[in-house]
Design a protein around this ligand. Sequence first.
Ligand code: SF4
Ligand code: SF4
Length: 426
Amino acid sequence: MEKKTIDTMVGTLDKRMNRQLKQYLDICARCAICKDSCHQYVATGDLKYLPARRAELIREIYRKYFTKAGEFVPALYEARDPDETLMDELYESAYACTGCRRCMYFCPFSIDNAWVVAAAKGMLIAAGRGNEMLGQLADAALFKADNMDMFDEIIVGGFADVEKELEEETGRPIAIPVDKQGADILYVALAGSHSIKPAAIIFDAAGASWTLSKFEAANYGFFFGDPAKAKLIADRFMNEAKRLGVKEVVITECGHAYRVAEMFYEAWAKEKMPFTVRHILEVIDDYIKDGRIKVDPKAIKERVTYHDPCQIGRNGGIYEQPRDIVTAIAPDFADMTPNRQEQWCCGGGGGIVAMEEFNKVRLASGAKKVEQIKATGAKLLACPCENCRLQIEELSKVHDLGLRIVPVMELVAEALVPKAEHTAVS
Ligand code: SF4
Ligand code: SF4
């Protein structure tokens, strides 16, 4: 590889180097406990998917350029320059990683291989080897934001169409407010009406003061591995929230978008936001518990199970609210085993569903999730993340599971008891 490219990669790693990353790079004990925690390694047995091996590729470069021993006696200290073989392996192991952090949970030293992988993606991008599809999707989102004058009419017209559809479907007018100055909530949805309609029905039933963002929650800059782009993408709705003076930004049923807005954005922006950020399921859970909406406790007759999306559960810390919501409307709830912190990744996170080249490992790596779902005996799966839904829908077809996979808020919208009937339902 050209020295200039290597220097750029090493410079990128240097910029990301902090105590946390240094610690992860310094302390792996090579105990290989993490091998049994990664759905991709368990499914394939391929060394490049072993969590510690993914990080080891970066460690080899790190030792060469950031330690004296590695600089002077590279052969003895397993230090090396990146070459084409290392770059190919790095690309595959980094972009295949779904960032589920199950390996971190089981590692005795809590080494966050997904964090190391994020640094790897940065180095790949610096070397011109970032994933093309994710890069293009990130750029498309930025283009839309930069040319809002061109898209504004289409977007607002689209929301008016969703209002009409809602009226046809529910038999009553449900407003979708846009650009509402001083609303309490800015709701950030995904592209398409499926993540707008159930939320609008629930906000309406709760009498919430809300307004819909003109921007989408999805953030391919995050999956691509470019924090600068990821911040610019999130800027779109964060600036909108500031302009409208809302008290709260509520992110739709999406895992990574919630983490970006709640866990990373303020650090990237180096600024405290004048509003809170919550996931829509946290809001709905409060509405039910506060009595702002009433749901039929027997609305769902069939057995239902719940999938903990990694970015909402293990990485986002939201475990109980979705379960409380589902059990409030479905008496026959069967949790998967293991669940919560230990749940298996479905295999569809980290942007992998958008990268066709990883289809084989993606589908194979869903085997553990398929086992878990089958064991519950449920044919209805509540799932609050679009990437997980896409993956599990495909798994359901391939494994003939006959599953119906539904966003949690859609189940709630169907289970709502009209105000006039509140006293009739106990
Ligand atoms: S479990 Fe942790 S310490 Fe052990 S090999 Fe994996 S990353 Fe290294
Ligand atoms: S974060 Fe998940 S996909 Fe990535 S190495 Fe760890 S267990 Fe495997």
